[in-house]
Design a binder for this molecule. Structure first.
Ligand code: AOS
Ligand code: ZN
Ligand code: ZN
Length: 385
């Protein structure tokens, strides 16, 4: 049990700056009291999540939503609050110029603008000390024949290569795929295979991001996890839950069993430790629920799935698999999944000097009321408006 607790204590989960801002759907954004007015306050909220959970010491930024004049000062602000800036998410999807795409746009001028933004993001990483540049492209087509599928892959590859070449030592390029949306006929990086192939061409510091909301219904995501881990090309997760499309609901809310199956592959590959280089990030929007407790809940959901994965009796599982004991092997997994790990996690938090119930502790601490009084005119997350 102490090994399991040690692994859980070492786990790191990164929260997204945009998860703290107002967000919604294309129908309505419902503003909430106390929402951050700028990136500095988003970092304060992320630090609050870390204070109560102890396992969320980094926050991802999104540029230009989190643009500031002095990124080194923002990194110092994070450090003062006990956290650090994590991945830098580039945004080449919200400008007028990107109607027909960014890095795969047929217009070389638009492509230049897009790549320049990616290079600027690496510059920001140099200032914030971030390791990861996270790229998701809204590029794609709505109609067959709209553009040349193959030429778009060439343009994408060229843009990625220029960006990859700009990375400093120790920096990585994380490429995210998405099956659909905002383009509906095809997207230019629709699946893990496409992302993987581009990463292989680029080099070892190009890694795939799995956003759990970006697949067709029924996709076996843990297979993708296992495959990419085996190939050494899984760089990160964007965790969230979906019922239908890219819902960006709280991770572990819709399908905690899927999250457990994913974490089982991680544990099996010994990839939980930060030294393994997999970034466990949340990519979520809290449209109707209070944001900080929702992020805390999400962190706890990841911890619970991880604890269950760590409880899998690896020796018994290997034996059952070797003997072809189908039901026995399945039972080993289900026994772990069906264990209530909340007491174990409460114990771990107590050992770490944290409140065993982080959500309740947050509600008691008065932070929500304080920021609601202090912050007037909170920022929209920039997403889903
Ligand atoms: C978009 O669907 C992706 O999940 C990206 O990760 C995106 O950059 C993120 O949702 C923030 O906008
Ligand atoms: Zn994502
Ligand atoms: Zn998404």
């Amino acid at each position: 049990m102490s090994e399991i607790k040690a692994a859980l204590a070492e786990q790191r989960i990164e929260t997204p700056s945009w998860g703290y801002g107002n967000s919604g759907t294309r129908f309505r954004v419902f503003p909430q009291p106390g929402v951050p007015r700028d990136p500095w306050e988003k970092i304060d909220d992320a630090a609050t999540v870390h204070r109560f959970t102890g396992v969320a010491p980094t926050v991802s930024l999104h540029i230009p939503w989190d643009a500031v004049d002095d990124y080194a000062a923002l990194a110092r602000h994070a450090e003062d609050r006990g956290v650090a800036i994590g991945a830098i998410n580039a945004n080449v999807f919200q400008d007028e110029a990107y109607k027909l795409g960014s890095v795969a746009n047929p217009d070389p001028g638009v492509r230049r603008k897009a790549v320049d933004h990616l290079l600027d993001c690496v510059e920001i990483m140099d200032r914030t000390g971030s390791r990861d540049l996270k790229l998701w492209f809204a590029d794609g087509l709505n109609y067959p024949g709209q553009d040349d599928l193959r030429a778009r892959q060439d343009r994408l590859a060229e843009a990625l290569a220029e960006t990859y070449a700009r990375l400093g030592e120790g920096q990585r390029l994380l490429l995210e795929y998405k099956l659909f949306e905002p383009a509906f006929y095809t997207t230019d990086v629709p699946d893990w295979g496409t992302a993987f192939a581009h990463c292989l061409d680029l080099g070892p510091r190009a890694q795939v991001v799995i956003d759990t909301g970006h697949h067709a219904p029924g996709t076996n995501i843990e297979f993708i996890v296992a495959f990419l881990l085996r190939a050494g090309r899984l760089g990160a997760f964007d965790f969230n839950s979906r019922f239908y499309a890219d819902d960006d609901l709280m991770v572990g809310a819709a399908d905690p069993f899927q999250l457990f199956r994913i974490m089982h592959e991680i544990v099996r590959a010994d990839a939980l430790t930060p030294a393994a280089g997999i970034a466990f990030m949340l990519d979520q929007c809290h449209n109707i629920e209070p944001k900080i407790p929702a992020v805390i809940r999400s962190v706890l959901n990841v911890q619970e799935a991880t604890a269950k994965a760590l409880l899998v009796d690896a020796a018994a599982l290997a034996k059952a698999q070797q003997e072809g004991d189908v039901l026995g092997a399945n039972a080993v997994l289900m026994d772990a999944y069906n264990t209530d790990v909340r007491p174990l996690l409460a114990e771990l938090r107590a050992d770490q000097g944290l409140d065993p119930d982080p959500v309740a502790a947050f509600h008691r601490c008065g932070y929500a009321a304080r920021v609601a009084a202090e912050r007037v005119g909170g920022e929209q997350a920039g997403w889903g408006a």
